[in-house]
Design a protein around this ligand. Structure first.
Ligand SMILES: [Zn+2]
Ligand SMILES: [Zn+2]
Ligand SMILES: [Zn+2]
Ligand SMILES: [Zn+2]
Length: 275
């Protein structure tokens, strides 16, 4: 997680010789690539690099584009082997994409899909094209018991159960986007405020472009469909301000990735720290 480099703690010893201080009584200097190792001086940094650090230092760095149009991106700092994993990360939140036809709350597969493909966990009864299965807790679409119990849905289920409005998928228009889904990923973010405070803290540090986004036409849509909806309809039992929800909307919009899989049939949004 390079975005918050300051979070790496102090390093007490030279990574090459183990000395507790730098050359000439100075401080140890951290490797600028990874900040996970420090050296007494340039000699030992070079020696350690040749001996082993070359292969274990962070293989990429985050740089900022020369103009505003590209934002930040990752470049390799050494040759990477085919298939080499350069980082793994659990997303802060996962959810359906912002504008979506009705989908399952656990796996984001469409409520009314074409069923001859390998719908991984649909039961035969739920795969009829004119009905959909709903979660026994909240009544939102969930294609199976497994999806109903999915960790990503567990937290919100009780809150959505208390919400009077539910998605109303229409088999005659399976591709019609349902605006109620727009609140889902922001709601999952906001739940972190109570249930995963560290994730919430990281989220609030992310780029929001709040000022600029106030002028976009989508701002009013988000304000109504998401901020007002959550505040007025979802019975949250902890303190949430309009600005918290707006921050979640902005952070998702600026930082989240949309991931497509299964021949573009499933689409989801992931918010990652490295974003
Ligand atoms: Zn040393
Ligand atoms: Zn390094
Ligand atoms: Zn599902
Ligand atoms: Zn539910």
């Amino acid at each position: 997680m390079l975005v918050f480099k300051s979070e790496y703690g102090d390093i007490a010893e030279c990574g090459h010789c183990g000395r507790k201080g730098g050359d000439a009584g100075g401080a140890l200097k951290k490797c600028a690539g990874c900040l996970r190792v420090a050296y007494c001086g340039a000699e030992h940094q070079k020696a350690h690099w040749r001996r082993r650090h070359r292969g274990e230092c962070c293989p990429f760095k985050v740089v900022r584009g020369e103009d505003d149009s590209v934002g930040r991106f990752v470049v390799a700092t050494r040759d990477l082997s085919p298939g080499e994993v350069i980082f793994t990360e659990r997303p802060i939140t996962v959810g359906p994409k912002q504008f979506t036809p009705p989908v399952c709350m656990g796996c984001y597969s469409p409520c009314f899909g074409d069923d001859d493909e390998d719908s991984h966990n649909k039961s035969s009864s739920s795969s009829s094209s004119s009905s959909f299965r709903s979660c026994s807790g909240c009544g939102w679409p969930a294609c199976s018991e497994r999806c109903e119990e999915a960790p990503v849905h567990r937290l919100e289920c009780g809150y959505l159960e208390g919400c009077r409005f539910k998605p109303t998928p229409d088999p005659a228009h399976p591709d019609l986007e349902l605006p109620i889904y727009e609140c889902l990923s922001p709601l999952r973010c906001v739940l972190a405020k109570r249930f995963a405070p560290e994730n919430w803290r990281v989220l609030t540090l992310m780029e929001q472009h709040a000022e600029r986004r106030r002028e976009e036409p989508l701002y009013r849509v988000n304000r109504t469909n998401t901020v007002d909806f959550i505040l007025q309809q979802v019975p949250l039992d902890f303190e949430v301000a309009a600005e918290d929800i707006q921050a979640a909307v902005d952070v998702l919009d600026v930082n989240a990735f949309e991931i497509r899989s299964n021949n573009f049939r499933l689409e989801e949004r992931q918010l990652k720290r490295l974003a």
